[in-house]
Design a protein around this ligand. Structure first.
Ligand code: NI
Length: 182
């Protein structure tokens, strides 16, 4: 297993719809294991395959006891909204209140091709919506509204943001180095 580099905003793969997984083989299981390791390395609560440069419909998540993988997932949302902050490993150093649905039900496959589903509310439902969006090429900053939207894009376009991203990448590369060396 290995920690893989995380792509950051501006990388075209983050704006592309991911393809369905067709082969449930050892390569896929290695990829999923790497995604878990990468997510945990940066203390994320979710990670989608495009974030490590793989254009496939896979995401992993881990919030406390709730942990798993969804491959080729579909999502159903309730009508009720929730409020709360959100950030993204691919848009480092920023976080904004992001409107999401309160309830989400995800169904898909695991790394062995077995169907499964999960029903969630609150933070886990938010995580599912965020990760499912990644597979459509949508970032949370595109879900923002009003002042948060203006502020987010102002920050992202600012010159010092490119520096912040470069620093985070450098830090993460340090972790990568030690992991590969071990
Ligand atoms: Ni994200």
């Amino acid at each position: 297993m290995s920690v893989r580099p995380i792509r950051t905003i501006g990388d075209p793969i983050l704006r592309s719809a991911a393809d369905p997984v067709r082969r449930f083989d050892d390569d896929l299981r290695t990829l999923v294991a790497d995604m878990f390791e990468t997510m945990r390395d940066v203390e994320g609560v979710g990670l989608a395959a495009p974030q490590i440069g793989v254009g496939l419909q896979i995401f992993v998540y881990e919030i406390g006891e709730d942990s798993g993988v969804f491959i080729n997932p579909s999502i159903e949302l309730g009508d009720e909204m929730q409020e709360g902050g959100e950030g993204c490993l691919s848009v480092p150093g920023l976080g904004f209140d992001t409107p999401r649905r309160q309830r989400a039900r995800v169904s898909g496959l695991d790394e062995h091709g077995q169907e499964h589903e999960a029903e969630a509310t609150g933070l886990l439902a938010r995580c599912f919506q965020h990760e499912h969006d990644h597979l459509q090429g949508t970032l949370y900053v595109n879900r923002l509204e009003g002042e948060a939207r203006r502020e987010a894009w102002r920050r992202i376009r600012a010159e010092d943001y490119a520096r912040t991203v470069a620093e985070v990448r450098q830090e993460r590369a340090g972790t990568l180095g030690s992991s590969f060396g071990g």
